[in-house]
Ligand binder design. Structure first.
Ligand code: M1P
Length: 190
């Protein structure tokens, strides 16, 4: 590691950058990243939780990169060790969290979209991942939902309802992937 440039870090997004959305990295990409790490400090940043990023970049991902920021940076690893984690549960408290989840599930019950599958809300450490079609849809169903959403704005409309209804909770909403959006602790708060 003697050749590495000090004070410089190369940070890479996962889905759509190092891998196709929710797919594994190619051997060529993994080899490239390994070589890059010889000359510069390398970090990866993904919206998914660590277990999904590990599926995509390899089980030893936290040791293979200098930094791994999962859940959009709400969980941080450096040199294989956990250095920071935000907890949505602690931030909101059980009552507010339950109120948010209940409202979201009611919204889904009234939502008319072509198909629905399962896992509509995925509870992570610092965030909830919310998906109108459900996270355990197939790749084909995922691609179809993405197209449908571009026309019907299912996610933007839902985010705008939630943003207004839960304005007092200081949450951040982000639509980053194909079938879902992330709800996390607002970065504006310490
Ligand atoms: O990394 C971008 C997003 O990837 C996934 O989104 P989707 O399943 O909708 O394609 C999720 O892991 C999401 O949290 C993340 O922001």
């Amino acid at each position: 590691m003697a050749l590495r440039k000090p004070g410089l870090i190369a940070l890479f997004d996962v889905d759509g950058t190092l891998t196709a959305p929710r797919k594994g990295a190619t051997p060529q990409m993994l080899e490239f990243m390994k070589e890059l790490r010889k000359v510069v400090t390398v970090g990866v940043v993904g919206g998914s939780d660590l277990s999904k990023i590990s599926e995509q970049l390899g089980r030893t991902v936290i040791d293979d990169y200098d930094y791994v920021f999962s859940e959009n940076g709400l969980v941080a690893h450096q040199d294989g060790k956990l250095i920071g984690m935000q907890s949505l549960k602690l931030f909101l408290g059980e009552e507010k969290l339950k109120e948010f989840i209940n409202f979201t599930l009611h919204y889904f019950a009234d939502l008319d979209i072509p198909i629905k599958r399962g896992t509509f809300i995925e509870f992570r450490n610092g965030m909830l991942n919310v998906s109108p079609i459900g996270r355990n849809c197939s790749q084909e169903e995922r691609d179809e939902f993405e197209k449908y959403d571009k026309v019907h704005n299912i996610r933007p409309k839902m985010v705008s309802v939630l943003r207004e209804k839960f304005a007092h909770l200081n949450l951040t909403f982000s639509i980053g992937g194909q079938i879902s959006f992330d709800v996390s602790i607002s970065s504006r708060l310490g």
